[in-house]
Design a protein around this ligand. Sequence first.
Ligand code: S3P
Length: 184
Amino acid sequence: MNKSEIQNFTLNAAADGRIFLIGFMGTGKTHWGKIWAARHNYSFIDLDEAIEKNEQNTVANIFETRGEDYFRQKEAIMLRTMDEYTNTIISCGGGTPCFFDNINWMNAHGTVIFLEAPPVFILKNILSGENKRPLVKKLNEAELLFFTEQTLKERNEFYRQAGIILNAEKLLETSIDSIILPKE
Ligand code: S3P
């Protein structure tokens, strides 16, 4: 595919109306996903919440009682039910693209947008929120920064397969207007 074919592919996928937001914890996937969905009259789904509803359990509890492997399997299964929704923004978990070929599935079923941010920005956001995230809840600030730097290095090869990469530090309500409404 040349560049303009890739561009057309991306816009066609967006026209199908299914957008996957990916990126590390604390990059604003849920925050911006809700704002963009409201702006464009799209539905919004948080994949973690869909898993919690289906399991009748919190993500933190699933990690604790069933373990991460179980969570990742469930996550991959729930992700693959998202193809029934159109005109929908789906905010994925931070690890979603990195397991079970999920990134290829997402690229084949919609437009994938990676919210990219440096570790310090991520750290600030994780620390300012309620810390319910099972992967990081026991870490102090220095450990959290180290974990973020290391995990980002491992995950970037998956994140960077997204069709569109946006700087998470510079997002606006209008940031995805041109993606949802391709220019004539
Ligand atoms: C995870 C991120 C979380 C959630 C789970 C695992 C990860 O989602 O899916 O705790 O592996 O990075 P958020 O990115 O929405 O916090």
